[in-house]
Design a protein. Structure first.
Length: 324
């Protein structure tokens, strides 16, 4: 995984640098069954890999929505939700990838149009890091390169513009995609143009409406709504939050988005019994970039991160969950 110095830019996040929040409640000791997340068949499938595309929000929301859709569908969904489709469909229009990476766009997701559903990962891949013969790990990154080539060199052929594309998504009509890219005005409509032709089958969650928690909570510091957040986790409802990356890693900086999936009592690095929040991250199924300390633990087989519950509440913001 090639992480950028700054992983994600998330608007509106305010971080509170506190060591401990008074939380006089027992540890819930309940973590969501990870096989309830579509696409998770083994340990290696648990943590997705955003690679270097700065799409932490997209991967976090894809997991949040897919879990909700799976629950509403009696746990029958098999494929993951495409983070790339979320990024393309619901990001503000007329933006380049770099612009979009710096914008919060939850309000677009909360509109009724979201009942259109999400494209499956198998049709619209968000990640492709396991094929060493492909130099670009992400479909959109490959297409952005192609878009830039078209602007500077003109379009010669699909193979010349995007040699990785067929290997990443063989079912896509790439000639049609290249036609759209060529028509895009200075790359400004890149996301919209690609999304129109890459995914025509948003079968996951179609017709299921999404209702979020109250806006005043979504735009607040987590410590203000500590009990509400912990109630959700104790009841098996995942919560997405914004967090400063440096609290998870000494190697990276910037805002990051993660999905809290429950709480569990474990020993910290000092041997003290501690309540940790279990976190489904998007840095791949290893602990290469996670810094282990008193407040943070990591499962090296799955990439799951565990953060001291009090530190988590004091260092996160913008808590979001879906109301059934």
């Amino acid at each position: 995984m090639k992480l950028l110095t700054t992983l994600c830019f998330i608007s509106g996040i305010v971080f509170v640098h506190l060591n401990v929040i008074a939380a006089d409640r027992p540890c819930g000791n309940k973590v969501i069954d990870l096989k309830k997340f579509p696409g998770v068949k083994s340990e290696k499938d648990i943590s997705r890999n955003q690679d270097s595309v700065q799409w932490c929000e997209s991967f976090c929301y894809a997991d949040l929505f897919c879990y909700h859709y799976n629950k509403k569908s009696n746990w029958s969904i098999k494929d993951q939700c495409s983070a790339a489709d979320l990024r393309a469909k619901f990001a503000p229009q007329n933006r380049t990838l770099n612009d979009v990476a710096r914008l919060g766009w939850l309000e677009n997701l909360s509109k009724e149009e979201f009942t259109q559903g999400i494209c499956p990962e198998s049709i619209f891949p968000s990640e492709y890091w396991n094929n060493q013969q492909i130099s670009t790990s992400n479909l959109y990154a490959a297409l952005e390169k192609a878009s830039q080539k078209i602007k500077t060199e003109g379009r010669a052929s699909v193979e010349g513009m995007c040699p990785e594309c067929a290997a990443i998504s063989p079912k896509t009509d790439w000639q049609n995609v290249m036609n759209h890219l060529e028509k895009a005005s200075d790359g400004k409509d890149f996301l919209t143009s690609v999304n129109e032709v890459v995914c025509k089958d948003r079968r996951i969650g179609q017709g299921i409406k999404i209702k979020f928690n109250d806006e005043k909570i979504r735009k607040s510091k987590s410590m203000k709504y500590e009990n509400e957040i912990l109630d959700q986790l104790d009841n098996g409802n995942p919560v997405s939050v914004g967090i400063e990356s440096s609290f998870l890693s000494s190697k990276v900086k910037g805002g990051h988005a993660v999905l809290a999936i429950g709480t569990i009592e474990m020993l910290n690095s000092r041997g003290d019994k501690t309540c940790f929040v279990a976190i489904k991250n998007s840095w791949g199924n290893s602990c290469e970039y996670v810094t282990i300390n008193r407040y943070t633990q990591c499962d090296s087989k799955t990439g799951l991160v565990y953060m001291d519950r009090d530190a988590f509440i004091g260092r996160t913001s913008n808590p979001e969950w879906i109301i059934d």
